[in-house]
Design a binder for this molecule. Structure first.
Ligand code: GLY
Length: 557
């Protein structure tokens, strides 16, 4: 009885005090980039769906209401943990066309041609999202497939109100987007940027979703939609073929699982670098008494940054599509290696990345992450993307499908930084049918074989450090989930050799202490947008926390 009262008070106050950014429920929680999408996920659960059903419905809904990153024309990764403690992942990362080749974005002198890998149909890889959702549903869904797409069809057909975030995003990307007729017609139907509160409808997308609801993924990869994609992309100078689509398969694969102190992390193996880099950062940090340092103290930041430096350097050299390269995952996560790397970290002295830092080109980091749990404890952690905001900015004629610009996640020219300033090597070079390396890090954290947290974030190269820091905040600094998510963040990725701090995340004393150690500090905008769920086994409730850095929202019941 006492437990029930505490629980009711908790639910009442958390909902009352923190609105959409923190809510708790006993039967299910969804935390996503959009309140509309989170509500759809909960509705699916109320109708008897499980977390996987909800994830599919949320994913399709985000393709409508969160078009900067929610998608049909992109890809991603889904981590699923079952109530019995077993886990799996769905890899629906995009892959290069069979026509792709290593020099496709270089001029005659071997220099990258500006914009070619980031804008327009040539920057698009073969999309994986529809195949990924279909595979997740075939293996683990409960409700009929078409039911999961209906809410998205309705949103696209009847329209939805333009938020401030969408208005600003469209305004900032008007130039790139309006150069493509179908994109302009879809997002700027009156010829100008839609205002906040305008109702935006996507009739072509509603039709496409309707076909996918009826015919399944076959429509997208073999049917009318496939034909439309090939025709439209090729007419505009792209290289995707019908066989690219027909041969695309989402893959179910084992998750990467490793220990961090007394917690277990369940996350993505390559072709995402997320899991391996996260693992290496944490394994190096296991060598230090992090909980003895003050949170955001120079000591703590020094250790975390140096661990990040090693992990991103190794990412750059070794990681790529596991069907093409040996990622040396076991070695990179071995205690032997990471203990020895930790021993190289000098007391209070910044490391040195030893190479002239390439120019860092600040770009949008528009991936999107949602976390879901249902009444049976089935957990889904899903990150999906078009790569940049609005991907290639190219909408396939007559479909409402915005294509990704994921080809830029390959190392276009080994040694040349991509839009996130990430350097790559041969391991991540372009080859036909190869998947480009990702930083997406959907994760689930357990302790004593009980699920504790579900989390993940957008943010390009900053995804991994965002997830790492929230885990460190929880495990080492003993923060509650809300504080762990909302705490200020920083980022280091080996090269450029800078620590990036959020604008309001650092004071003068800390700045000077780190400079004294030899660090170069750069102030930047918000890092990541981490959507998380915590499970309180004592109270028997789920607590959803939406990051307050963007517009994310929790729904629960
Ligand atoms: N496109 C961002 C990522 O996959 O990491």
């Amino acid at each position: 009885m006492k437990k029930l009262i505490v629980c009711i008070i908790y639910l009442f106050f958390t909902t009352l005090s923190f609105g959409q950014s923190l809510e708790a429920g006993k039967n299910g929680v969804v935390v996503s980039a959009s309140k509309i999408a989170s509500d759809i996920g909960i509705q699916i659960m109320r109708e008897g769906g499980n977390s996987v059903d909800a994830a599919i419905a949320v994913s399709f809904a985000l393709a409508v209401v969160w078009p900067e990153a929610g998608n049909l024309g992109g890809g991603g990764f889904m981590v699923i943990r079952f109530p019995d403690g077993s886990a799996t992942t769905i890899d629906y990362r995009e892959k290069a066309s069979e026509n792709a080749h290593e020099k496709m974005y270089l001029d005659r002198d071997g220099k990258p041609i500006s914009g070619l890998s980031t804008e327009g149909p040539l920057s698009a890889a073969v999309p994986g999202t529809v195949a990924g959702m279909a595979l997740a549903w075939e293996k683990y869904g409960l409700l009929p497939w078409n039911k999961l797409i209906e809410p998205a069809i309705e949103l696209a057909d009847k329209g939805f109100p333009v938020t401030y975030h969408l208005h600003t995003g469209l305004k900032n990307h008007y130039e790139e987007m309006a150069q493509f007729t179908a994109t302009k017609d879809m997002f700027f139907p009156k010829g100008s940027v839609p205002e906040v509160g305008d109702i935006l409808k996507f009739p072509d997308l509603a039709q496409t979703l309707g076909r996918i609801a009826q015919e399944g993924a076959d429509d997208f990869y073999r049917g009318l939609t496939a034909l439309k994609i090939v025709r439209s992309v090729n007419a505009a100078g792209g290289i995707l073929t019908y066989d690219d689509l027909k041969n695309y398969r989402a893959i179910e694969q084992r998750p990467l699982r490793f220990q961090y102190r007394d917690h277990e992390i369940i996350t993505m193996a390559p072709p995402s670098s997320g899991g391996v880099v996260l693992g290496q950062i944490l394994k190096i940090l296991e060598n230090f008494p992090m909980s003895h340092y003050d949170y955001f103290s120079p000591d703590a930041i020094h250790k975390i940054v140096e661990a990040e430096r090693f992990a991103y350097a190794n990412r750059s050299k070794y990681l790529g599509d596991p069907y093409f390269v040996n990622n040396h995952t076991q070695y990179l996560l071995s205690d032997k290696l990471n203990d020895s790397l930790a021993s190289e970290i000098k007391f209070n002295v910044a490391g040195n990345s030893l190479v002239t830092a390439p120019v860092f080109v600040p770009e949008s980091e528009q991936t999107t992450h949602f976390s879901i749990i249902d009444k049976n404890g089935l957990a889904v952690s899903n990150t999906t993307t078009l790569n940049s905001s609005y991907g290639s900015c190219f909408v396939v004629e007559g479909t409402g499908i915005l294509l990704n610009n994921e080809m830029d996640d390959f190392s276009i020219k080994p040694g040349q930084p991509n839009q996130f300033g990430l350097l790559g090597s041969e391991a991540n070079s372009i080859q036909p049918n190869k998947k480009m390396l990702s930083s997406m890090t959907p994760a689930i954290v357990t302790q004593d074989n009980q699920i504790k947290y579900i989390l993940g974030s957008p943010g390009g190269s900053t995804i991994i450090t965002t997830v790492a820091q929230v885990i460190i905040n929880l495990v080492d600094f003993g923060m509650n989930l809300r504080n762990a998510v909302h705490a200020p963040r920083f980022h280091h990725q080996w090269l450029p050799d800078n620590i990036y701090f959020e604008k309001f995340g650092i004071d003068k004393t800390l700045f000077e202490a780190l400079e004294k150690m030899g660090y170069k500090l750069v102030i930047r905008s918000a890092i990541g947008d981490l959507n998380a769920i915590g499970i309180d086994h004592n109270l028997g409730i789920y607590i959803g926390v939406a990051d307050n850095r963007r517009q994310s929202a929790v729904s629960c019941y």
